[in-house]
Design a binder for this molecule. Sequence first.
Ligand code: ADP
Ligand code: ADP
Ligand code: ZN
Length: 215
Amino acid sequence: MNIILLGPPGAGKGTQADRLVSERGMVQLSTGDMLRAAVKAGTPVGLKAKAVMDAGELVSDEIVSALIGDKLTEMGPDKGAIFDGYPRTAAQAESLDAILEAHGRRLDHVVELAVDEDALVERITGRFTCAVCGAGYHDKFKLPKVEGTCDVCGSHDFKRRPDDNEETVRTRMAEYRAKTAPILPIYEARGLVSRVDGMAPIGEVGAAIDAILDG
Ligand code: ADP
Ligand code: ADP
Ligand code: ZN
């Protein structure tokens, strides 16, 4: 099964992808994670992407589509793919069609996580992750069970993204509205889109997604 999780920054894509990975053995393909890894490693792609990401703007379609193609090749044909944060433009949606076809895959679902814009700022400014295993948390909505200790790996080291500040979030939401939301009709026309209320608690959002994938 191949699915796209589509929604604005902070909608819960990464949170839900993590769960699908651990419960269903699917593979998460997050262009944001791939780009952050490239920045950290100081690769040519990372050097190009850093300033764009810090500003909350979109990295070029060529760069992100190449990352996705490479990752699909690397993961092989056996596991399902969760596209998280990709595609984000009409050109990327077109590239994804070609990439999937080249890999003998087809798209099963586009899950739209619908969330109020005001709530997104609170979600993003409260977001943090485990510096060791990457597990995601929130200051108010998803604290570790034991304060200061990662539920998954026991680490005491956490980090926040430099672009998770209110000013950049506004730019990212504007980019979503202008460039990403317009790709929904492409998938709606193919009957692939299911809309989920992303304002519900994390567990309920997960149950709604399960119902779509199992329906
Ligand atoms: P995205 O990958 O779409 O940017 P995340 O999954 O990282 O979003 O979620 C953003 C923040 O909001 C995280 O801190 C996460 O713990 C929290 N979060 C995710 N889903 C929900 C939800 N349904 N209700 C409340 N907080 C949530
Ligand atoms: P979020 O989880 O908040 O939705 P991401 O981690 O997906 O954010 O993306 C972080 C940044 O990386 C984006 O603001 C953008 O600069 C860049 N980026 C990630 N995915 C893409 C993409 N598909 N196309 C262009 N830029 C991207
Ligand atoms: Zn951890």
